[in-house]
Design a protein around this ligand. Structure first.
Ligand SMILES: [Zn+2]
Length: 315
């Protein structure tokens, strides 16, 4: 069976794995980012590859491709990172840099595109040709499989559902624009919005759930307050679901996917959220386009990007 190396350059961790063509992870490593200089990251990936081969009893001769997934805008034909905000990269020819270090061709892709491909080839959307994958964590993003192929868009920026406007001109988003979905439902923004509500005296149960420490107010405290039936927390979740339903439901009408895959830490951390979001999506999506739509949880979870990056690199 052919093997590939997959790398996931996340916001906090560098992960590298040896992945079989059926999506099975044979060996993997995870470490916190140190120096984020591209040359240093390339050197660490090379070192981790050597570790993985030792763990799995393999060599470079067994490897048919190397794929790297990271958040940001990627020029997919060349593997140039136009903007990689988590790493502070701008105009980094990372595919070329890593190729020089490893002596192998390298494919660099957006992390959500990698995750979507992972679910399509080895996860919950196997055999499904039209898939929308949405991950809700500290940020919000999506990947698109259309007609069995990864759809990256004209500038490699398709799938940025976190920056679909749900309240144009209002709350400032990390991208510099106003009114984005992410500014209301991304984990970092949820924590900010809850703290604002605490300061306005509207979220006392959430503050209590955080042990009275405003710095601990965030999605977990929101979850606990909602489980205790706090009306503010329940309303807040309903509003989050409505924003997500608006953006995702309209995407369903536009793209008519057969399957929607929902993943990311916010769905795991806030158990009430998923059913609310599914209901909100069904309310917004066109009835005809959603008639045969199935909605599933991500099967690969945290590994989706890692596995997808590896499988995308297989020729
Ligand atoms: Zn934005």
């Amino acid at each position: 069976m052919r093997l590939a190396v997959g790398c996931d350059l996340g916001a906090t961790n560098l992960r590298v794995a040896l992945v079989a063509e059926d999506g099975q992870v044979l060996a993997s490593t995870r470490e916190a980012h140190g120096d984020r200089e591209p040359e240093v990251v390339a050197r660490r990936i090379a070192a981790r590859c050597a570790d993985l081969f030792a763990m799995a009893g393999r060599t470079w001769n067994d490897v048919a491709g190397v794929g790297v997934g990271l958040a940001g805008q990627i020029h997919s034909a060349t593997g140039r990172v136009v903007v990689g905000p988590n790493l502070g990269w701008r105009d980094v020819h990372f595919a070329a840099l890593l190729r020089d270090r490893l002596g192998r061709d390298v494919r660099v892709v957006n992390d959500l595109n990698a995750a979507a491909w992972g679910e399509h080839r080895a996860g919950t959307a196997q055999g499904v040709d039209d898939v929308l994958v949405v991950f809700l964590g500290s940020g919000v993003g999506a990947g698109l499989i259309l007609g069995g192929a990864l759809y990256e868009g004209a500038s490699g920026l398709a799938g940025e559902i976190g920056h679909v406007k749900v309240r144009p001109g209002e709350r400032l988003c990390g991208c510099g624009e106003r009114g984005c979905l992410e500014a209301y439902v991304g984990g970092h923004h949820v924590a900010d919005r809850l703290r604002e509500a605490v300061h306005e005296g509207r979220a006392q149960a959430v503050l209590a759930a955080a042990g009275g420490d405003v710095n601990q107010v965030g999605p977990h405290a929101l979850h606990l307050a909602a489980e205790h039936g706090d009306p503010f927390a329940l309303d807040f979740l309903e509003e989050m679901a409505a924003f997500l339903g608006l953006a995702i439901g309209n995407a369903i009408t536009l793209l008519n996917p057969r399957k929607l895959v929902l993943g990311g830490g916010m769905f795991h951390g806030i158990s009430r959220l998923r059913p609310l979001v599914e209901r909100a999506i069904r309310k917004v999506a066109g009835r005809a386009q959603a008639a045969e739509l199935t909605i599933d949880e991500s099967a690969l979870g945290d590994d989706a990007g890692l596995v997808g990056a590896a499988l995308l690199a297989l020729p």
